[in-house]
Design a protein around this ligand. Structure first.
Ligand code: ADP
Length: 163
């Protein structure tokens, strides 16, 4: 029997930020393995391709030997079950996150009661940070070095230069 505690950490990660990494760092101490899971079939239109997002995540998770990255298409709970994951990890920043997050958690609970959604709060310095704000700032030449990895800064600069 597999007794390893595995969690999936799903999201768009367009691009990964230090807020995402804060949640991963906390999660990596609680679980034997965490699978960062890029949702392919989301309604959001991403700036970065799946391959670009995987590359940036790969680079960012280098310090953690129990964190991997995968993409998935379909129902999140099916992916969790396939991977033997007992937990869906999500970050909770502010009250504004709560409504959507609770709807999703309860729906996933309805679909697969043995997969538990677990919310972690980041350090307060990341509570206002999200990928959209980072892209908006970078688009107009603002400095985002405090919020993302060096590789993400580079990718953002070259993406917006080409537009
Ligand atoms: P989604 O489109 O699924 O919300 P995101 O990539 O925006 O995907 O976020 C993935 C997860 O990471 C979500 O649970 C989100 O709440 C969390 N998250 C995003 N930014 C932060 C942050 N700055 N601090 C903590 N959690 C965050």
């Amino acid at each position: 029997m597999n007794n390893k505690k595995i969690a999936i950490y799903p999201g768009t990660f367009d691009p990964i930020t230090l807020g995402h990494l804060d949640i991963l760092e906390r999660g990596s101490k609680l679980f034997d393995k965490i699978i960062v899971t890029i949702a392919v079939n989301q309604s959001k239109v991403p700036l970065f391709s799946i391959e670009e997002r995987i590359e940036m995540i790969h680079d960012a998770i280098t310090p953690y030997n129990n964190v991997t990255v995968e993409k998935f298409e379909g129902l999140l709970v099916d992916f969790a079950t396939q991977q033997n994951a007992c937990v869906i990890l999500r970050g909770l920043r502010a009250i504004s996150d709560f409504e959507y997050e609770s709807q999703m958690a309860l729906m996933n609970q309805h679909l697969a009661d043995d997969v538990t959604t677990l919310f972690l709060m980041p350090n307060e310095k990341y509570t206002y940070l999200n990928s959209t704000i980072v892209k908006d700032v970078a688009k107009f030449g603002g400095n985002v070095e405090k919020f993302v990895t060096k590789l993400v800064v580079k990718k953002l600069i070259s993406k917006f230069k080409g537009m």
